[in-house]
Design a protein around this ligand. Sequence first.
Ligand code: ATP
Ligand code: MG
Ligand code: MG
Ligand code: MG
Length: 480
Amino acid sequence: MKSQEIRKEFLEFFKSKSHSIVPSAPMVIKDDPTLMFTNAGMNQFKEFFLGNSTPKDTRVTDTQKCLRVSGKHNDLEEVGHDTYHHTMFEMLGNWSFGDYFKKEAIQWAWELLTEVFKIDPDKLYVSVFEGSDDADNLGLDTEALELWKEIVPENRIIYGNKKDNFWEMGDQGPCGPCSEIHIDIRSDEEKAKVPGRELVNMDHPQVVEIWNLVFMQYNRKANGDLEELPAKHIDTGMGFERLCMVLQDKKSNYDTDVFTPLISEIEKITGNKYGEAEDANIAMRVIADHVRAVAFSIADGQLPSNTGAGYVIRRILRRAIRYGFTFLNSKEPFIYHLVPVLSKQMGSAFPELRSQSGLIENVIREEEASFLRTLDQGLVLLENLMKESADKKISGEKAFELYDTYGFPIDLTALILRENGYELDEKGFGEELKKQKDRSRKATQVSAGDWNELTNVEEDSFIGYDNLEANVKIARYREV
Ligand code: ATP
Ligand code: MG
Ligand code: MG
Ligand code: MG
């Protein structure tokens, strides 16, 4: 089944259960100071859950463009290295605003997966909230458990803790237990070695979460106490690309038709072959993923820039350029060539991509050209530094200057030095970084919940993301 049909089947299924199909909200959020990007399907329905406004329809379904690169949901570092987390992805969802509750949500999810999509039930695991012995003192979600017991054998049911199986919007507001559906797509041989249920929530590339069913039944009050909501809600989210992986019988999201046209084009342009070398594979996945994030942002009106959301987008694009530069040997702009491919693939579901594709191409090409110049300049400077160093050591200060003043990525510095047998004073670099952070205390990043992603961020001093990435990357390159 093609991805287009899978998306359509999902929406049609819930339409047949009296849901209205609604459009995706924009991925870039303009009017909420606490959230820059949509990171879940339920974002656009927040006011309904909070009781601040009343929905026209009490049952809706959609596919939502999401971006998870900051705050509570930051998957950026996983992207490309694993095969099932993306920056930008589609979240398929069905909602009940005070209408149906657990019974229908569970039954329909199961019916869709096993009867419509014909997924073998023996591959599926479901989880229920086990309760908590903290201040909330919540019991096991027996209601969900009993419903699942009617559907699946008990050895398919996992008991999950608060971290995995209790959803909260933020410090306050609607919350409740959830049931997640996980799939084990390993070979029988692999399955014989370790039971799938032991791998659920363990970051195994072939035992992955596909659908989260959230049962909003409480309200968290300002004093921290929970009270039962008068009207209970359903909020579900299923990863579209993961579903495509399962239904197209692939082991990686990147082997589905959502990504293969992009990967093929990258192969064609750069002359690398996907599947041959791990570094190049990662780079190709990073680029195929990031071009989607950047293209969808620009289509939503958010151009790369030096502040706020624009800065996040610029960093994502530069990450893609860097991976291409380092691992695919691409020294000329080329990512913009992927835009027509993407627009052909996704343009009918998301027409904004098609109508903006000229602009998207131009913006990406300009960004690539300019960042490649930065990289070239940085390389020259770095070579000079190496020539000047008699003891084959580069100080943290020098590396920081290259990073801070010239915009040369620290991971690249680390990689090049290592390849040439030079030593980088990483501790010294970290100290410089910390000094810079202290200088710009205005930028604080907190991640208490889905809605407390950023607080007190001055538009022009948003540096957290950048530095965070630099830190992590040094660590990663040390391991390579
Ligand atoms: P995971 O544990 O795999 O990180 P999650 O629990 O953070 O997923 P949810 O917030 O429950 O994800 O979102 C609902 C669904 O969206 C998940 O079940 C998954 O299928 C999908 N999903 C979540 N994050 C991503 C991502 N970064 N890329 C692609 N799909 C994702
Ligand atoms: Mg996650
Ligand atoms: Mg999870
Ligand atoms: Mg989840």
